[in-house]
Design a protein around this ligand. Structure first.
Ligand SMILES: C[S@@+](CC[C@H](N)C(=O)[O-])C[C@H]1O[C@@H](n2cnc3c(N)ncnc32)[C@H](O)[C@@H]1O
Length: 279
């Protein structure tokens, strides 16, 4: 029997079959980043498959996920390309639409950014040219470094009400509050550009392709939190989505085929419960 707040060491497709069979847990939102088929060195999964086979695999997962998701559920799919294959995210997106989803929002996850003072006006708090995030030296003669990825927000009908206030951003110019009929509090629409840099870590990364915790955190809030909200990450890696769920007090489910990553995820989850209990 499937229990919430656990990560299962199994293939996500098999898990969703089981979830559907048991039929008493329905998922509010799926938030995930699948392997991108770009030859990442996962410890178990082979990230270099025939492209058509890979795309069909994701289409089947999309199709199956529709059966375990609530009618007003969301599927937040984080995918990036690589400079030599910029079309990949759009090809994956098309497969989800063919599977039956509607693309409701396209969010751009910006990982690194350079801001030059001449572009931002005099009254801004940024006084010197600034770069935030990680950057590469100039190594390609053809391609710009890819500093962004997509978060496609799919829903069943394309009309899911989302909680924009929950992810709203405070106004820089407070005189806007009250000026617009809809601007009653100090929160404006965050929009679809999300700047979420990676934390700088010195030690070796335990997993080659994680996303920052703020990414699932914002997605969960944007979807909207109700009583007994359940979030599922089919490709949960070292448990980042579970950590965001714990901080937001919502229930999680995860699947991961690699036991080595699950061990790290479970350790991360244990430490987070301890930390949250202390604070
Ligand atoms: C891009 S990573 C996800 C990382 C995760 N977002 C995190 O922050 O830790 C994709 C993960 O999917 C796992 N995976 C690959 N095929 C799978 C499958 N069929 N079912 C479940 N997990 C799978 C890989 O082992 C890998 O850890």
């Amino acid at each position: 029997m499937i229990h919430v707040n656990r990560i299962y060491n199994t293939d996500c497709m098999e898990f969703m079959n089981q979830l559907k069979k048991e039929d008493f847990i329905k998922i509010d939102a799926i938030i995930t980043s699948p392997p991108y088929n770009i030859n990442k060195s996962y410890s178990r999964y082979n990230d270099k498959r025939d492209k058509n086979e890979y795309l069909l695999w994701l289409q089947k997962i999309a199709n199956k996920s529709l059966q375990v998701l609530k009618e007003d559920g969301s599927f937040f799919l984080n995918v990036g390309g690589r400079p030599a294959d910029y079309m990949l995210p759009f090809e994956i997106c098309s497969k989800f639409i063919e599977a039956g989803y509607k693309l409701q929002n396209t969010i751009h996850w910006i990982k690194s950014i350079s801001i030059e003072v001449e572009d931002i006006g005099k009254n801004n708090f940024i006084k010197t040219d600034s770069s935030i995030g990680h950057f590469k030296p100039i190594i390609s003669e053809r391609f710009l470094s890819d500093l962004h990825e997509y978060i496609f927000h799919f829903t069943k009908k394309g009309d899911k009400a989302i909680d924009k206030l929950a992810v709203g951003v405070t106004y820089q110019d407070k005189s806007n509050i009250g000026r617009w009929k809809s601007a009653k509090t100090d929160k404006r629409d965050r929009g679809n550009i999300w700047f979420i840099p990676y934390n700088t870590i010195q030690e070796k990364r335990p997993h080659p392709a994680t996303f920052p915790e703020k990414l699932p955190y914002l997605c969960i809030k944007l979807h909207g939190i109700r009583k007994n909200t359940v979030i599922y990450d089919p490709f949960i890696g070292i448990g980042t989505t579970a950590l965001a769920c714990i901080n937001l007090n919502v229930e999680f489910l995860g699947t991961e085929i690699d036991n080595k990553y699950i061990e790290i995820a479970n350790e991360n989850i244990k430490l987070r419960y301890i930390k949250n209990k202390k604070s």
